[in-house]
Design a protein around this ligand. Structure first.
Ligand SMILES: Nc1nc2c(ncn2[C@@H]2O[C@H](COP(=O)(O)OP(=O)(O)O)[C@@H](O)[C@H]2O)c(=O)[nH]1
Ligand SMILES: [Mg+2]
Length: 319
């Protein structure tokens, strides 16, 4: 969703590029003096326009922060600093308006004069003033370019109903995501630390409309006791909370995962506290090895037992 932000240049790159483009402009007139005047005016105008178009596109094409899903707002705040980002966007918008104003007040003296020396002097003056305005926001342009680089690496998580999977390692989270997904789950680098995010998509046809759901596995985040998590990971979990419409917690009663049921139950209690406003669906996996006879839903990602029933229950809980 952040892939189509145009590349953001720093002040020098932007000014150089705009000047280079104006050099191509040629106009011919039998009256040499008139020709020079026309060229000076056309090049100055092109220079300003090119700058204005770019400065405007940087601000306009940047995703509107307040309208992004809360998940992204939160991770942007951690990774980039929302306040600084807003200030940079504001500064660049200021530069655009100021460049425009300077040109508006100066351009009439270009059109009025017939004196070649005066024209060239005036053009230099405009270039100088405009360049210094753009250079004033250089650090903001650099900040924005860096923010853009970070945003581009964000996982592409859709704004559709979302299931988050939790449970100890080796209980079958990855296996379940594969069972439930229409295609192979996509892997993206989690923007914090080195963690990855796995996103699988499910589709359901309701009359003629296809509805999309996504299922997310975050190894390293919702598969370890809370006490082992650092600050960034806690923030990452807070961001995940915005995303989750349902948590599927997986138990492995066979304990072949290496974790005893008492440990697994403790983790469930802790994660329920963390996601206290979100419904939970508790599932026991590996029923092919061990069936506890409890009231929880039972599945086997190995044999496929219970998977379709689980899928139906997920869809109904998400609607
Ligand atoms: N017998 C059995 N093994 C399973 C089942 N589901 C997963 N496994 C195995 O358990 C191991 C861990 O599964 P995985 O999906 O990677 O767990 P994750 O760490 O929670 O993502 C793998 O060797 C799987 O083949 C199941 O329903 N029955
Ligand atoms: Mg896994």
């Amino acid at each position: 969703m952040f892939r189509n932000i145009p590349p953001i240049l720093n002040a020098k790159q932007l000014l150089d590029q705009s000047i280079r483009r104006t050099k191509k402009i040629q106009i011919h007139d039998r009256d040499k003096r008139y020709e020079i005047k026309k060229i000076v005016i056309a090049r100055t105008e092109a220079f300003i326009n090119d700058l204005l178009v770019h400065l405007e596109s940087y601000v306009k094409n940047f995703p509107s922060l307040d309208r992004l899903p809360l998940f992204y707002q939160e991770i942007i705040d951690i990774k980039i600093d929302t306040n600084k980002l807003k200030k940079s966007l504001g500064a660049i918008d200021w530069a655009r308006k100021t460049v425009e104003m300077v040109y508006q007040t100066q351009s009439s003296s270009l059109t009025k004069s017939g004196n070649v020396e005066f024209l060239k002097q005036k053009q230099k003056e405009i270039y100088g003033r405009v360049s210094s305005i753009v250079k004033q926001v250089d650090k903001n342009l650099v900040f924005l370019a860096n923010a853009q680089k970070i945003l581009r690496a964000f996982p592409d998580i859709e704004d559709v109903p979302t299931v988050v999977i939790a449970g100890y390692p080796n209980v079958g989270k990855s296996s379940l995501i594969r069972q439930l997904s229409a295609a192979k789950p996509e892997v993206a680098q989690y923007p914090f630390t080195t963690k990855q995010i796995f996103v699988g998509h499910m589709e359901k046809k309701i009359r003629y409309e296809k509805k999309r759901y996504q299922i997310i596995d975050t190894p390293g985040l919702l598969d370890r006791p809370l006490s082992e998590r650092n600050n960034i990971e806690r923030q990452a979990i807070a961001a995940l909370r915005h995303l989750a419409d349902l948590v599927v917690f997986i138990f492995d009663p066979s304990e072949t995962s290496g974790y005893q049921m008492t440990e697994q139950q403790l983790m469930l209690v802790n994660i329920q506290k963390l996601f206290n406003d979100i419904p939970f669906l508790i599932v026991e996996n590996k029923v092919d090895i061990k069936d506890t006879g409890s009231a929880n839903r039972k599945i086997s990602c190995m044999t496929g037992a219970g998977i379709e029933e689980l899928r139906k229950e997920i869809f109904s809980l998400l609607n």
